[in-house]
Ligand binder design. Structure first.
Ligand SMILES: [Zn+2]
Length: 503
């Protein structure tokens, strides 16, 4: 009995998505499923034909595995074959006809698919194979026409490239692209400092960057927000390998690739390409973007709106908890002369209007409190156990185990596919959440370890945006409580709420 497996490069995937393809892994999966089918059918696999990364729809491509399988079927070396799905086996009418002829001549041959129910020992099964090849051919023809038309348009603009490559890397997918890598790096480093994905998008459009060429909108639209974001958060930028399961690729939503890092023994597996930023720099960027998304989801103010004032987006109204907005006093007034700006709970934005406070004294107070806290944490030598990012490893390993157990039960047909998917989705949800928490802890830990000693020396030279970023790592919010009648600034009405990460 022979077993035939094949994969082809999926041209529909974007360049960033090329990481999804772990070469050989899919073929191994196919063979594994065929082994199970073989034991169900009570047959033994004696030969394996492997056409990894070989298209079946191109008449110019000779599939070596397929051809030697045909020869073996012809001379009786194997008396049947197993395959994953009919579309792995044939995509062209000519190949379907050659296959069907052999099974017509040898009615006792076994020809069964793991998925899709194809049985080549029946006339019905052979007719289906021929029909699918015909239909598949039409689909391929239409796709080719579409791609050819698009490439023609692109070539004129000088954007014609060969195989998809990830943004930031050269065609070899390993060395860095001279301009893209630098632009990507600059953007990733600036995100925690307050730069938004939307602003990066604008910069990239100005720089002439276009959507990935092999996406369907290539050349016709400007680069999408989600495409910019996925480039910024791609684990590939810091060298981490990722693997996206087949099922995750079908959705219309772009997958959140930080959730698909390949871990081995609790550590990310590194790829063999040049990294653009360090894992810590990448984590800081991802964490920032995740926090902003979370804030938007909860209707909180996104803290990147203004990098001009230290506490905009951080300070909140002590009466209604609404984020305080910073604005300038009217020019020419005494308050403008003396303070310049204030923080205020604005009714026009949905606040209670109950709190207004002069800006600079609040900023100074918070800066002082923050630097004091930094000194204190340095003095006590840090509290690493609070930031132990390995504490999730046991549960993560358990989850992987549970997921593969569900798969085992599904394969053994002890539970239905639907029930299995329910369970797997739930387990994957927990796994993704733990991975996210772990990444956040690592980010916090790294900041604590690296930033603190230099921070004290460099603080005064920092721009507001940089100070804000540092502050954000330790300060969750600054509550400005309503003042009484008195006009004097009262420090006791300013309350700093610290982030208690890991506790
Ligand atoms: Zn308020």
């Amino acid at each position: 009995m022979g077993a035939y497996a094949r994969t082809s490069e999926d041209k529909a995937l974007s360049a960033d998505a090329a990481d999804w393809r772990e070469i050989g892994e899919q073929v191994a999966e196919q063979f594994k499923d065929m082994d199970e089918l073989a034991s169900e059918l009570g047959v033994t696999i004696t030969r394996r034909y492997n056409d990894n990364d070989t298209p079946a729809s191109d008449p110019h491509v000779v599939r070596k595995g397929f051809e030697s399988m045909l020869a073996d079927l012809e001379n009786g070396t194997v008396r049947g074959i197993l395959f994953y799905h009919s579309d792995r086996l044939v995509r062209q009418e000519y190949d379907a006809a050659r296959m069907n002829r052999l099974f017509q001549l040898n009615p006792k041959y076994v020809g069964r698919a793991v998925a899709g129910g194809t049985d080549l020992s029946t006339q019905e099964g052979r007719s289906m194979l021929a029909l699918q090849a015909t239909m598949g051919g039409m689909e391929v023809y239409n796709t080719k026409r579409r791609v050819a038309r698009k490439n023609k348009g692109l070539a004129g603009h000088g954007h014609m490239h060969g195989a998809p490559r990830p943004f930031g890397w050269a065609e070899d997918r390993k060395t860095l692209h001279e301009t893209e890598a630098e632009d990507l790096r600059t953007a990733i480093l600036a995100i925690p400092g307050g730069l938004t994905v939307g602003e990066v998008r604008k910069q990239w459009i100005d720089l002439g960057y276009e959507p990935t060429r092999n996406r369907k909108n290539a050349g016709t639209q400007s680069i999408q927000h989600s495409a910019v974001e996925s480039r910024l958060v791609s684990p590939r930028v810091c060298g981490y390998r990722t693997y996206l399961p087949q099922a995750e690729r079908r959705g219309t939503k772009r997958p959140w690739m930080p959730d698909f890092i390949v871990y081995k023994d609790g550590k990310p597996v590194m790829g063999d390409w040049e990294a653009i930023v360090s894992p810590e720099e990448w984590q800081a960027c991802v964490t920032t973007i995740e926090e902003r998304k979370q804030a938007r989801k909860e209707g909180r103010a996104v803290h990147t709106t203004s990098a001009k004032y230290l506490l905009s987006g951080i300070a909140r109204c002590g009466k209604c908890s609404f984020p305080l907005m910073s604005n300038q006093y009217s020019k020419g007034t005494t308050s403008y002369e003396r303070y310049g700006y204030r923080y205020a709970c604005l009714t026009t934005l949905g606040g209670c209007g109950g709190v207004t406070r002069v800006g600079p004294p609040v900023d100074e107070l918070v800066e002082e409190a923050f630097l004091l806290e930094v000194r204190r944490s340095l003095g006590t030598g840090g509290k690493d156990e609070d930031f132990d990012d390995t504490k999730y490893n046991v549960r993560l390993a358990e989850l992987d185990q549970e997921i593969s157990e569900v798969n085992e039960r599904r394969r053994a047909k002890r539970i239905s596919m639907g029930a299995a998917l329910d369970m797997i989705e739930e387990l994957e949800g927990e796994r993704d959440e733990l991975n996210r928490q772990r990444r956040q802890l690592v980010a916090v830990k790294v900041h604590r370890q690296n930033a603190s000693p230099t921070l004290l020396e460099e603080w005064d030279g920092y721009a507001v945006a940089q100070k804000k970023t540092r502050l954000r790592e330790s300060v969750r919010a600054v509550m400005v409580h309503p003042a009484g009648r008195g006009r004097k600034f009262d420090p006791s009405l300013i309350e700093v709420v610290w982030i208690d990460a890991g506790r």
